[in-house]
Write a protein that binds this ligand. Structure first.
Ligand code: G6P
Length: 364
């Protein structure tokens, strides 16, 4: 659809694409979840997954981070172990594989050479593969045994946003379809259509709070050299993507860190005014991450807390609605995309076209 590729009133595609995410979630629900409770995934694909003993997710960049953010839900609803690998590492060294591996390639463009290199090997070895991509007819889509489309509409900004949330959404839907069919309790109990609907609405609420995020960003990211995102579990996976986004377009040296590891080295970097964003969306790990935030504050860090409602404390900078654990990354990533956007904007950069980066990297 040509109109999809137009910015309209938006100064940058990235903001348009951030705003589109709730609609993408709803579109994917319609696309893959049928009204009668069934799902429209290839029956052969589901059968082949059922015959496998381990899933290997292979991807680069933001798609790699989406793999991590999907891992827990996949394992819970499919009852199959999931490994997440960087294409550019797996391409040179295949780890010891399980006896019946199934490969999932996550790639917005479907053209990333590092990922294709692995797919070529997987095909040579004769293992089954699925490409989850935004581009029908792309190289990785043609060369994998199965394809599932992201239906996110064209993503123009170099920094990926809606493809990340679309990938997690599709994997949630696929895991639900698989788990339902195979009688996995966690899948049966997950009302995917309802939960994704709630998540889309919660995303809209964050997007409405854009200006609050913009003004905080202006004060804490205007001139800093570095910044940290910390979290545990799912929040750590989101922290990885949040830091990547910030690096890509604002050129701030950013790290996404497992909060518990801070004290084992990285805390040495904290000085007066260092921005530290804490993600608190999990009831088990949230209190521990809060403890880590106290530690960095006492060393002068400027903290910014993104917390889900039921875990929020007075003074937290941004409150997110409580959503299902499998949907938490989908929601929590949105404010971090906005933080990166405004950091880039106020530091005077071209948000959509960061230096040194390409939308699709077709060389190894
Ligand atoms: C490039 C882009 C990233 C993207 C990565 C993987 O480096 O700049 O935004 O995440 O490639 O791309 P893919 O199309 O395979 O998801």
């Amino acid at each position: 659809d040509a109109s999809d590729a137009e910015k309209g009133a938006y100064p940058f595609y990235m903001m348009k694409e951030i705003d589109e995410q709730p609609a993408v979630l709803r579109r994917l629900t319609q696309e893959y979840a049928n009204l009668d409770g069934s799902f429209s995934f290839d029956a052969e694909l589901l059968a082949e997954l059922q015959a496998s003993d381990r899933i290997y997710i292979v991807a680069c960049g933001t798609s790699y981070n989406a793999g991590w953010a999907s891992k827990n839900a996949l394992e819970a609803m499919m009852n199959i172990p999931v490994e997440v690998h960087l294409s550019s590492e797996l391409g040179y060294h295949m780890p010891l594989l399980s006896s019946k591996p199934f490969f999932i390639f996550l790639t917005q463009s479907g053209e990333t050479a590092d990922s294709r290199q692995v797919l070529v090997k997987v095909n040579e070895l004769g293992y089954p593969s699925l490409t989850i991509t935004n581009v029908a007819g792309s190289t990785l889509s043609r060369e994998a045994k199965y394809t599932v489309l992201l239906h996110a509409g064209p993503e123009i900004a170099v920094a990926s946003t809606k493809a990340y949330t679309a990938q997690i959404t599709v994997l949630n839907l696929l895991a639900k379809a698989y788990g339902n069919q195979n009688g996995v309790k966690a899948a049966k109990e997950f009302d995917v259509v309802h939960e994704l609907g709630l998540t889309a609405t919660a995303m809209e609420a964050v997007i409405t709070e854009k200006e609050t995020i913009e003004s905080s960003v202006k004060s804490i990211l205007a001139s800093t050299r570095n910044a940290f995102y910390i979290g545990r579990g799912e929040d750590y996976y989101v922290a990885m993507e949040a830091a990547l986004k910030l690096k890509e377009i604002s050129y701030i040296q950013a790290e996404g860190f497992a909060a518990g590891e801070l004290k084992h080295g990285t805390i040495a970097l904290i000085e007066k005014g260092t921005p530290v964003f804490g993600l608190i969306n999990d009831e088990v790990t949230g209190p521990h991450t809060r403890g880590n935030l106290k530690e960095v504050e006492s060393r002068g860090a400027e903290t910014f807390v993104i917390s889900s409602e039921s875990l929020a404390k007075v003074g937290d900078q941004l409150i997110l609605a409580d959503v299902h654990p499998y949907c938490r990354a989908l929601l929590a990533v949105v404010p971090t995309q906005l933080i990166a956007y405004y950091a880039s904007l106020h530091r005077g950069y071209d948000v959509d076209k960061p230096r040194n980066l390409a939308k699709a990297v077709t060389v190894e």
